[in-house]
Design a protein around this ligand. Structure first.
Ligand code: IPM
Ligand code: MG
Length: 350
């Protein structure tokens, strides 16, 4: 029997609720499978810990995390801590510290879910987000604070190594899909240094993938294409910030932010990868037991895929789709079901 060590970080808001639901479902899957096991260790790293002890990640925390096969992450963000402090305190140190440079965000309208688009059934996309540099590199500064001459800079950083590896990853992923099509998202008309390099390197890498069709779209035009011509898109690769924005749009067009999953991958497997629902901490509904656990279940399926457990991954997704098709929906999808009811239904389907 293969047993995986998974670090579970519920974090803030609805994070712990959906991660516990995910653990329940994964344990049920293991039981149904027989050849598969999970050992979960829970880490209470959260904004509450920060308020109590002054840190999200305790000293030595990353070194401990490094020994796990994967990280199952809920959300970070609290009304009591400025967003840039919580983000740079927990999620980004893991993503950047473990060089999880490839962020994969699939979007698809699950059975029984209604897209706000008339042609929503055409959505079957993967957004690939550069996850280690770009606009999130953390470069910049402020000086002359409070004075009329105060200045703030936010520098987007693009390195040849960073750009090349994400484009290569995108081509590799596109190559494995039926349509084998990749769209380069850019803004090289207005931003003439990093973005032009981003495009140039894409075209260099493209030469190694003659079997993958590619095209190029400016990020603003990409939003309209996603809404008006969803069928023309398969895989897209975009910078850290552009893909952040496009993936929220992709999630909304697929029916709800409550179903969208993500994988923060270190493709070389030098470090563990991290799997999380996209939705965030949603403190307005935290503690009510109505958070949609589907994003976390889909995220768990991505984690299984990364671990090489393809059969278990497909089995989990089939169970989730059976439940969404039956109309058992949480309020974000217009239903009245609770987190526990959806979780129970998925376990029954397994
Ligand atoms: C995401 C989120 C984060 C991001 C937030 C929580 C800072 O929106 O994962 O898409 O912008 O990266
Ligand atoms: Mg986002």
């Amino acid at each position: 029997m293969k047993t995986y060590d998974i670090a579970a970080i519920g974090g803030d808001g609805i994070g712990p609720e959906v991660i516990e639901a995910g653990i329940e479902v994964l344990q049920a899957l293991a039981k149904a499978d027989g050849g598969l096991g999970f050992r979960f260790e829970r880490f209470p790293w959260s904004s509450q810990l920060y308020l109590d002890e002054g840190h999200y990640i305790p000293p030595g925390g990353l070194e401990r995390l490094r020994t796990f096969d994967a990280i199952f992450f809920g959300a970070v963000g609290s009304r009591k801590v400025p967003d840039h402090v919580s983000l740079w305190g927990l999620r980004l140190p893991i993503c950047q510290g473990f060089d999880q440079y490839a962020n994969v965000r699939p979007a698809r309208v699950l059975p029984g879910v209604k897209s706000p688009l008339a042609n929503g059934k055409d959505i079957d996309w993967v957004v690939i987000r550069e996850n280690s540099e770009g606009e999130y590199a953390g470069m910049g500064g402020r000086s002359h604070r409070g004075l009329p001459i105060e200045v703030g800079t936010e520098v987007a950083v693009f390195t040849r190594a960073g750009v090349e590896r994400i484009h290569r990853f995108a081509f590799e992923l596109a190559r494995k899909r039926a349509r084998r099509h990749l769209t380069l998202v850019t803004k090289s008309n207005a931003q003439r240094f990093g973005m032009v390099m981003w495009d140039e390197i894409f075209l260099e890498v493209a030469k190694d993938y003659p079997d993958v069709e590619h095209d190029r779209e400016l990020v603003d035009a990409m939003t309209t294409r996603m809404v008006l011509k969803p069928a023309t898109i398969d895989v897209m690769v975009a910078t850290n910030l552009h893909a952040d924005i496009l993936s929220d749009l992709a999630a909304a067009l697929s029916g709800s932010l409550g179903i969208a999953p993500t994988a923060n991958l270190n493709p070389e497997r030098a470090f563990p990868s991290m799997f999380e629902p996209i939705h965030g901490s949603a403190f307005d509904i935290a503690g009510k037991g109505i958070a949609n656990p589907v994003a976390t279940f889909w995220t768990a399926a991505m984690m299984l895929e990364h671990l090489g457990e393809m059969v278990a991954s497909t089995r989990l997704m089939k169970a989730v789709e059976k439940v969404t098709a039956n109309g058992m929906h949480t309020p974000d999808l217009g239903g009245g079901a609770t987190t526990a009811q959806v979780t129970g239904a998925v376990i029954a389907a397994l």
